[in-house]
Design a protein around this ligand. Structure first.
Ligand SMILES: Cc1c2[nH]c(c1CCC(=O)O)Cc1[nH]c(c(CCC(=O)O)c1C)Cc1[nH]c(c(CCC(=O)O)c1C)Cc1[nH]c(c(C)c1CCC(=O)O)C2
Length: 356
């Protein structure tokens, strides 16, 4: 058992029970991007921190912003405050966050750049992140689960090749088809780096981990196994060998055709599948349940912009569609920055007043 877990015996945690396949009890709730700019207390810490990466690498501040939404809303899980792009940063890429524009990386241009990527110093470079995990584990209320995370290989490759966020990631698909061997090597290096990163988070006290494949929807159907399913299954298998009791949540956002989604979700071996906004919970529940596979999601984050009655109606529809199956309530993507914190409070109260 890892160091972090030993000190964390206490009441059973709803999120972990659901990931084991329990249908009983109300759905736990946490929200992707529950810490962030929609919270005034986050903006205050952010303003004092220097750059966004400085915030990610300063344990006292990263612990504080992780705990802010837990204190304010009483959510059922905390997610480590960090970013998926710390992995390319730790592999030697130059990663920056430009105010109001998002991430910028010096893009990988060809095979030589992939060869140069070096994951051997990853744990050392990311010590502040693991220190943050230890700090959160010590501070969390005993019934709140702690989730660690990483980007999935395809999604990290997207930013590493494109050099920035994009809707189409044209350079990515161009690289993957013109340099197939270098692209395969890149995914390979990322699988190993991600396993190291998640393993270190688990040793520091993460009780579940989420793998974000935010751009999986860009993968052509014929490449789904190679670029999405197989890397996820390799990560899941390596973690299972090291930490058989730690569940993985997989978020293949944008994979929406039922046959593709079922294939990727079941093939990954993950205990939980997080569904994006484009998936109907009604058929997803039938696709995965009642097999002991937990589903997470998938309220449209736009609905949190109001009116509240419409949001609660949609949340109720999700609860109806998932009734009797292991379900973790979440959004279909991250909280939008214009969201009113009061609306999040309304949503959390609604979920927590469900029959148990
Ligand atoms: C693709 C991706 C990234 N980061 C992440 C993903 C996968 C999830 C998704 O699809 O959204 C994951 C992420 N990013 C962040 C977290 C922290 C934990 C949480 O969810 O509360 C998590 C889990 C903090 C963050 N990551 C970022 C912020 C905002 C930066 C700031 O405060 O200035 C936060 C709170 C920056 C970021 N980080 C990234 C982008 C594209 C941006 C810029 C867009 C934006 O600014 O919203 C990369």
């Amino acid at each position: 058992m890892s160091e972090g877990q030993e000190g964390r015996k206490g009441p059973p945690k709803r999120l972990l029970a659901k990931l084991k396949g329990t249908a009983a009890g109300r759905p736990p709730i946490w929200l992707m991007r529950q810490a962030g700019r929609y919270l005034p207390e986050y903006r205050e810490v952010r303003a004092s921190a220097g750059s966004f990466l400085d915030l990610c690498y300063t344990p006292s501040l990263a612990v504080e912003v992780t705990l802010q939404p837990i204190r304010r809303f009483g959510l059922d899980a905390a997610i480590l405050f960090s970013d998926i792009l710390v992995v390319p940063d730790a592999m030697g890429m130059d990663v920056r966050f430009v105010e109001g524009e998002g991430p910028r990386l010096e893009p990988l241009k060809g095979p030589a750049d992939v060869e140069r990527l070096d994951g051997s110093g990853l744990r050392r470079h990311l010590q502040p992140v693991y220190e943050t995990v230890r700090g959160i584990a010590r501070a969390l209320p005993p019934d709140v689960a702690l989730i660690g995370f990483s980007g999935a290989p395809w999604t990290l490759a997207a930013y590493m090749i494109e050099g920035r966020g994009s809707r189409e990631f044209a350079a990515l698909t161009h690289f993957a088809t013109t340099h197939p061997e270098a692209f395969a090597l890149l995914l390979d290096k990322l699988v190993l780096a991600i396993v190291e990163h998640l393993d270190a988070q688990i040793r520091a006290g993460a009780e579940a981990v989420q793998l974000f494949d935010s751009w999986a929807g860009l993968i052509p159907a014929a490449r789904l196994d190679e670029w999405c399913l197989t890397p996820a299954a390799r990560i899941q298998e390596a973690l299972r060998q090291r930490h058989p009791d730690i569940p993985l949540l997989f978020f293949p956002r944008g994979i929406e055709r039922p046959a593709d989604l079922a294939r990727v979700a079941l093939g990954s071996g993950a205990a939980g599948i997080s569904l994006g906004t484009g998936v109907s919970m009604r058929w997803a529940a039938d696709l995965f349940g009642p097999a002991t596979r937990c589903i997470q999601g998938n309220l449209d984050p736009e609905l949190l912009l109001g009116p509240e009655a419409r949001m609660l109606q949609a949340a109720g529809d999700i609860l109806k569609a998932t009734a009797g199956r292991p379900h973790i309530f979440n959004l279909g993507h991250g909280v939008i920055k214009d969201t009113a914190p009061e609306t999040v409070a309304t949503l959390v109260s609604y979920l927590q007043s469900q029959p148990d």
